[in-house]
Design a protein around this ligand. Sequence first.
Ligand code: SF4
Length: 357
Amino acid sequence: MRWNEASDSTDPSTPVLFGTKGLVRSVQTPEFSGITFHEVLAKSALNKVPQSSSMPFSWTVNPYRGCSHACVYCFARNTHRYLDLDSGTDFDRQVVVKINIADVLAAELARPSWARDHVALGTNTDPYQRAEGRYSLMPGIITALAEQSTPMSILTKGTLLRRDLPLLARVAEDAPVEISMSIAVHDDALQQSLEPGTPTTKARLATVRAAAELGFDVTVFMMPIMPKLTDSRDHLESALRAIKGAGAARVVYGALHLRPGAREWFFEWLERHRPELLPRYRRMYAGSSYASTEYRRWLSERINPLIDRYDLRGRSDDDYPATSRMRGRPGLSRTPQKAGEPAPTQQLAAPSQQALF
Ligand code: SF4
């Protein structure tokens, strides 16, 4: 690490987190201008997913809280409020780093009671956000899971995943590993505006290619698909063509989901960049965090034939039995849902209907 260039935070505007509980230090460095990393000692690593959840996995591990990828629509934003931080700029710039997470995880997995259930990485915030290049927490996490023959899945927008692909390929010899890349916006200017801290679409596609070349059956999450922004036939088709060209095995898609915390942030973005769409979005998301059933039905009717044409048939939660993570090998159970991205659109069997947007 180049933390010799870093400084402990003396900026009086930097929030004091959680009193001092668990906090080792807060750090700023010229490499990450405007971002403060709050290094903490975590007491636990594995998070149990509530039984009532529709998530297709039981456990998650999240090395970071907050995410410098800064996606405007991210629905993990609200979780920052539990730290007395805001769901807007603070979520993007005040990143909590669980510096001891690999050791804590290894100890938890060593318990005789550990049943080797599937563990999902990247369900709350992105494990390959930029900070991972400095803290390198993921190799320790992957190794801890592999040593206990625990199936794992990774969902990310981070091209830093490439660093760990050789390790993941070795681990996949003994335990199922599923890799998913989130790529929703295939218009460069729009992508940089909506996801300002993320690698480009092109770079993410190249990462898909690199994983596919190592034998992984990579899933691409086209989430969220945003009404009147990314749902045109041209956009969907060029996205699917590029995803197929990168060697992905399947796509999973879903319409924009706007929870409180993300909703205000997204509406503010619309007001600045696409004010003509604001009234329509306000109407669609007035009573629910989800896009209307009519819109989702319209979207599925538009995109499903294209997915079939490119032979990228994703599966909904309902029909996601064992999928192979490496071609020709027995594999892992299900593709996870990522924070900021809604659950996969279910198959909507109703007849064609115009979008009410
Ligand atoms: S959607 Fe994912 S990558 Fe984007 S800010 Fe949220 S956690 Fe980070």
